[in-house]
Ligand binder design. Sequence first.
Ligand SMILES: *Cc1c(COP(=O)(O)O)cnc(C)c1O
Length: 385
Amino acid sequence: MIPYGRQEITQDDIEAVVEVLQSDFLTQGPKVFAFESAVSKHVGAKHALAMNSATSALHVACLALGLKQGDILWTSPVTFVASANCGLYCGAQADFVDIDKNTYNISIDALKAKLELAQTTNTLPKILVAVHLCGQPCEMEEIFNLSRKYGFSVIEDASHAIGGKYKDDYIGSCAYSDITIFSFHPVKIITTAEGGMALTNNEDLHKKMDLLRSHGITRDPEMMTQEPDGPWYYQQINLGFNYRMTELQAALGISQMTRLNVFIEKRHYLASRYNELLANLPIILPWQHPDSYSGLHLYVIRLKLKDISKTHLEVFKELREKGIGVNLHYIPVHLQPYYQQFGFKYGDFPNAEKYYAEAISLPMFHGMTEEQQDQVIRILASVLI
Ligand SMILES: *Cc1c(COP(=O)(O)O)cnc(C)c1O
């Protein structure tokens, strides 16, 4: 089976991890801080905090922005559940904004319309989680302007998007957001096995998230309510968690970061080959907004079902049977059973639902060979025609 995504682990990666095993620090220490500074330098953000997953980073980002019971978080329905769950963790409600037909990211028109309505009903969001689906950035300048007009905070869920750019800035620079989140799960662009990171230019948010990732405990006398009792002293000044990244993970992350540009270039090469060689099939190819340089975590095609004699399910199953490890990103979150209890139902976000009925993620990963890609293309053509 040719998988839809696969990590690349080199001998250098392995040696970096083994070296940590023989060192004095196994969790949050010098490697974690070096990984944070490698990422923040690359993307141009002031602060970076590594955590044990993007989900953890989304949770503390919401808490640092003050999300609580009675508040509302908005995100895209076409995302991994974590982009919405982070709001529920804080006792807030989650709601969704339908996607754009071309980018599959949050539609700016739908967002404007929903904000106007929410203002009249007093249901404006406290936070918008903008998901850069497949690595393609959302229209961040428009989102930023709307956040100023309506007074909400912006988190970029850039789990798919490290290494990409929006206009002239690397994703993660937070030029148009309060906080950006990366994921280092093995299927993502670079990996630390499990892992995530929160980036921000705001010193206050940085301090809050730093506390929250480690029990709400500080050893900084300036943050304490009294003089330290002695050299052992620390204070818990907030209710935090254990969301720390290990040194092993960070060492892997540092080693992977040195190949980030190579990974992105290979993904662009594979995507442009797909674009060229799939052009005559009855499918919609991924459209790229001119302001975007995508991280290209995923290559998603949509079936033109009117021009194909098979159903979406039949095409998907046949591809899997023939050894092509296709996938579907994502089942719209509002259709998940857990979300139905909040009153969401089929029909709420028609563009997201139509996308779900037609989308297929084709294999794309750094180690993919041209032969493997040709095999995907050949089999896809044979299934569709
Ligand atoms: C993978 C992913 C997450 C969660 O990442 P973890 O590191 O596995 O917690 C969140 N949002 C999106 C869009 C993702 O793809």
